[in-house]
Design a protein around this ligand. Structure first.
Ligand code: CA
Length: 249
């Protein structure tokens, strides 16, 4: 025997591996040849080449780092949004079926399949969650299963907590835009402009009175006057023939 990886019992001829031959170690060959020699008491001998072929064995199940997880999710989250990413690990050689695996999501305990799982382990929202705005707890099971024969698998329990929504959705309106004076932001500005206009009119009133009295030497008596605040025009009507208007915008 000229290969250290195998041995043979010189009395019984039992042929076996002499080392821990692990195909999961990258680079390890699944086959090799060795030479077997048989010799009698007279010293006559013969040899044979023995081909050794090692079969892969599905030793490990793909596993998650956690056995369960709880996630809080708002009901207004959008369809297609990624909730989180899960990663399972299989310690069998990844290039073989024993080390390859896929995810499945069991949501049979819920009324709908609200979530989906991508091939890379990303959990995403599949159905509209807004009907659950009043609060809901969803349970599901994520399983990672390899392609070995026989296959191995492990599971992760997922709990999705959807709290009572406190979000008020903004209403979308196609009405025409507000007029300047209807906008609450401009209400204060309109008031200030109105007061300034009143002050201006009072000043004008005083000036007109003085002018009529001193220069035109014509007595004009204003027994009363009214202010008219209409739209964007502030008017002051005096009893007589004088009308003074102030326009603002
Ligand atoms: Ca495996």
């Amino acid at each position: 025997m000229f290969d250290a990886k195998v041995s043979v019992d010189t009395n019984t001829g039992q042929f076996s591996l002499s080392v821990d031959y692990d195909l999961d170690v990258p680079g390890t060959s699944a086959s090799f040849n060795c030479t077997l020699t048989v010799t009698d008491s007279a010293g006559h001998s013969d040899t044979a080449v023995v081909g050794v072929f090692i079969e892969y064995k599905n030793e490990f199940a793909p596993t998650f780092s956690l056995s369960s997880i709880s996630i809080t999710l708002q009901s207004h989250e959008l369809i297609g949004a990624i909730v989180t990413n899960f990663t399972a690990q299989d310690y069998d050689l990844s290039t073989q079926d024993d080390g390859k695996f896929y995810y499945t999501l069991d949501q049979s305990s819920n009324t709908k399949e609200y979530f989906g799982i991508m091939s890379n382990g990303s959990l995403y929202i599949k159905e509209d969650l807004t009907p659950l705005y009043s609060g809901k707890t969803l349970s599901m099971t994520l399983t990672a299963k390899d392609f070995g024969n026989p296959s191995k698998q492990s599971s992760l329990a997922i709990t999705i907590q959807i709290p009572i929504s406190t979000t008020t959705l903004a209403s979308v309106s196609t009405d025409k835009s507000l007029k300047f004076e209807e906008d609450n932001k401009n209400a204060v500005l309109v008031s200030l402009v109105g007061l300034a206009s009143v002050a201006l009119l009072c000043t004008l009133f005083v000036l007109i009175t003085r002018n009529c009295h001193h220069k035109m030497k014509k007595q004009v008596t204003f027994s009363s006057f009214n202010f008219l605040f209409n739209s964007n025009v502030l008017s002051c009507r005096f009893q007589g023939s004088y009308i003074v208007k102030a326009r603002y915008s």
